[in-house]
Design a protein around this ligand. Structure first.
Ligand SMILES: [Zn+2]
Length: 137
């Protein structure tokens, strides 16, 4: 872990590099099995469905649905004033592919399970963090 303007950033590995850097090109890159075509997250080197090792990052739509969320009321880090929303979102491509993320662009009391959201990226030196915001109606 390293710190960049207060945010704790992920450690990029060979398997996760596409996921953490796709946002520099505006792309949400999710690992996908090239045999059964299932999406896989977090990125790993083999498919848990069919055990194939032929997995590669592909560009997902970036659209998702809020499956659950919590509102954080404690200011853990100086750069992140509470309250803020941490959510689990399901990718539109495949609902069992879930990302834990920040929700941005929404008041904490307006978040609902089932809300449609889309990816936005917060760029740092080496990673572009995928966050989600409500889809404009
Ligand atoms: Zn597979």
């Amino acid at each position: 872990m390293s710190a960049d303007s207060g945010r704790v950033l992920p450690e990029v590995t060979a398997e996760s590099q596409a996921f953490w850097t796709g946002g520099f090109d505006g792309e949400l890159r999710i690992t996908r099995c090239q045999d059964c075509r299932g999406w896989i997250h977090p990125p790993v080197g083999a498919c848990w469905r069919c055990r194939s090792r032929d997995v590669e990052p592909e560009v997902a739509s970036g659209r998702a649905t809020v499956a659950s969320f919590t509102v954080n009321h404690h200011q853990w880090l100086p750069a992140f004033p509470a309250p803020y929303v941490i959510a689990v979102v399901e990718l539109d491509e495949q609902p069992d592919v879930r990302l834990t993320t920040y929700l941005t662009g929404v008041e904490v009391d307006e978040v609902t399970v089932g809300m449609s959201v889309e990816v936005v990226f917060e760029e740092h030196d080496d990673v572009a963090l995928p966050f989600f915001r409500p889809v404009a109606a």
